[in-house]
Ligand binder design. Structure first.
Ligand code: SF4
Length: 296
C-alpha cells in the first residue's frame, strides 16, 4: 500500500473546502499584489515539499497566481526530498527559490558543536534550526507582504486553532488555506490531480523535515511523532511555530468584510511563546485570534 491508498478519503464537504481554499488564494493574490516595478511577487508559498505543500504548489500553479515558492534547503534534507525539489523546479510555473544556510555559519556550527549536535541538547538543536532554517527563512520572507503555509488544524494539538488568515505578525500576514483540510482530503486531492509527492510518505513519514530529525511513525502514533522524537513533548519547538500563552491576549472581534467561509484572523497584539506539546514545530507562528477570515 502507498500513501494514497492508505489515506485518500475525502471529507463529505471536501468540494466546499476546496472552493474556499481556491477563493482564499485568489483573494490573497489580489490583496497582497506586488507593488508596481517590483521584481518579485509580494506573496510567497513556503514549501517544505511535504504533501500539503505540494497541494498548495499545484493550486498556485493551476490558478496562475502571482505567487512565488520558496524552499528552505537546510543541507540536511533526505535524498527523496531533494529529488522532489528538482522535479518541482522543473515543472512549476511559479518560480521556485531555494534558501540555504550561510555556508560559513553552518560550517562553524558543525565544527564547534558536531554533526550530531541536535541530539545533545535542546539548546543545540534549536541553534541548528536557527542556522539552517530560521535565518534562511528571514531572507526568504524579506520584502514579502504575506506568506502561505500548509498548516492544518488536524496536524497536532498546537495547530488545533490554526486560522485561515493570521495577522499576528505586524510585518506580514500568514495564510493557511488548508487549515480545515483533513489528511484524507490532502491525499484525495493528490490522487485526483496526480500530484507528485515525496516517496517518504509511502514509508510512513507523514511529516517530513531534516533527515537527522525525522523518523517514520508507527500505527497509532501522533502525526508529528516522528519529528525530534528523542525530545520530551514539552520542548519540541524551534521557532517556526510558536503560539501565545493562554490569557496573554484576548480575542479581538472583527467585522466581516468578506463572504469567506468560517475562519479566523490573527493580529500583532500577542507576543507570548509556548513550549508546550502544542509547540512541536519549527517556524515563526505567533498569533491573535479573530473569528473571521478577511483576505480581501
Ligand atoms: S530539523 Fe534538525 S537538522 Fe534540521 S535544522 Fe533543525 S536541528 Fe538541524
Amino acid at each position: 500500500m502507498n500513501a494514497i491508498s492508505l489515506n485518500a478519503r475525502a471529507s463529505s464537504n471536501f468540494e466546499e473546502k476546496l472552493a474556499h481554499t481556491r477563493n482564499l488564494l485568489q483573494q490573497a493574490a489580489q490583496e497582497f499584489a506586488r507593488d508596481p516595478g517590483a521584481t518579485r511577487p509580494a506573496l510567497t508559498l513556503a514549501c517544505s515539499l511535504g504533501a500539503e505543500d505540494m497541494v498548495l504548489a499545484h493550486l498556485v500553479n493551476t490558478l496562475a497566481l502571482d505567487i512565488d515558492i520558496f524552499v528552505l534547503e537546510t543541507g540536511k534534507l533526505h535524498a527523496q526530498t531533494l529529488q522532489l525539489l528538482s522535479q518541482l523546479q522543473a515543472t512549476s510555473r511559479a518560480p521556485v527559490h531555494i534558501y540555504a544556510p550561510v555556508p560559513q555559519a553552518a560550517q562553524a556550527f558543525v565544527e564547534r558543536e558536531g554533526e550530531d549536535a541536535m541530539y545533545k541538547s535542546i539548546v543545540l538543536r534549536k541553534s541548528c534550526c536557527q542556522v539552517r532554517k530560521m535565518e534562511p527563512l528571514e531572507r526568504a520572507l524579506a520584502g514579502k507582504k504575506a506568506w502561505i503555509t500548509g498548516l492544518r488544524r488536524e496536524q497536532s494539538g498546537a495547530r488545533a486553532d490554526v486560522p485561515f488568515v493570521d495577522r499576528s505578525d505586524a510585518l506580514r500576514a500568514k495564510l493557511n488555506p488548508l487549515s480545515d483540510w483533513t489528511w484524507g482530503d490532502v491525499w484525495h486531492f493528490i490522487a485526483s490531480n496526480d500530484i507528485a509527492y515525496n516517496p517518504l510518505h509511502d514509508a510512513f513519514f507523514p511529516s517530513i523535515g531534516c533527515e537527522p530529525c525525522t523518523r517514520a511513525v508507527a500505527a497509532g502514533e501522533d502525526f508529528r511523532a516522528g519529528r525530534w522524537w528523542w525530545e520530551s513533548s514539552d520542548t519540541k519547538e524551534c521557532g517556526l511555530h510558536v503560539k501565545p500563552q493562554l490569557g496573554e491576549s484576548a480575542p479581538v472581534a472583527a467585522s466581516a468584510q468578506t463572504n469567506l467561509r468560517e475562519g479566523q484572523v490573527k493580529d500583532s497584539s500577542e507576543s507570548g511563546r509556548s513550549h508546550d506539546e502544542a509547540a512541536k514545530d519549527c517556524g515563526p507562528h505567533a498569533r491573535r485570534v479573530i473569528p473571521i477570515a478577511e483576505v480581501a
